[in-house]
Design a binder for this molecule. Structure first.
Ligand code: BEZ
Length: 203
């Protein structure tokens, strides 16, 4: 069955992107990674999402997370659309985004990764990409996946929040409670630490 489950290793695919051809494992290196798909270039919700992702790129960089987007359009579409995204952000309308965008025009990768939305189709009746988020750890294993339909935009602040939780729980034996954020709810994190059998907060 196509798709990825928690703990699966990221496939080491090759792809054309707005920043040249990549091999995924080389792209990730020793970093954390986020691969996020969107349905189509030049569409309103996708423009707001990639605009927000571009604005938050310094936050992902601070957390050592490499970002990469994907849709079923071509590199030249992605580059032309990047100008709209930058303009939407109030920035100079250049073709440069702070992360590469994969061109999956033949949908090979979207099929392999289980990223298609059966309910949203193009003029030819072919499915568009859903709004998938895959977060990989430095070991290249899948740590989190979120799957939204094409018609629902994501919350990138929530994605940063889960990165913080994933990175914390990777290094300390804790679990983060409802609505947890870094430096807030320290007491409740302490309570979840106790539930996991760790008595003292040594961090
Ligand atoms: C959008 O980005 O606006 C969009 C894309 C596909 C389906 C619905 C909305």
């Amino acid at each position: 069955m196509p798709g990825l489950l928690l703990g699966d290793e990221a496939p080491n695919f090759e792809a054309d992107t707005t920043q040249g051809r990549i091999r995924f494992h080389d792209f990730l290196g020793d970093s954390w990674g986020i691969l996020f798909s969107h349905p189509r270039d030049f569409t309103p919700v996708c423009t707001t999402e990639l605009g927000r992702a571009a604005k938050l790129a310094p936050e992902f960089r601070k957390r050592n997370v490499k970002m990469i987007a994907l849709s079923i359009d071509t590199v030249s579409d992605h580059l032309a659309w990047s100008k709209d995204i930058n303009a939407y952000n109030g920035d100079e309308p250049t073709e440069k985004l702070p992360f590469p965008v994969i061109a999956d025009a033949k949908r090979d990768l979207s099929i392999q990764l289980g990223m298609l939305d059966p309910d949203e189709r193009d003029k030819e009746g072919l499915p568009l990409t859903a709004r998938v988020v895959f977060i990989f750890g430095p070991d290249k294993k899948l740590k989190l996946s979120i799957l939204y339909p094409a018609t629902t935009g994501r919350n990138f602040d929530e994605i940063l929040r889960v990165v913080d939780s994933l990175q914390l729980t990777a290094k300390s034996k804790v679990a983060t409670p409802v609505d947890w954020k870094v430096n807030i709810y320290r007491a409740t994190t302490q309570c979840c630490r106790a539930a996991l059998g760790v008595e003292k907060d040594s961090s």
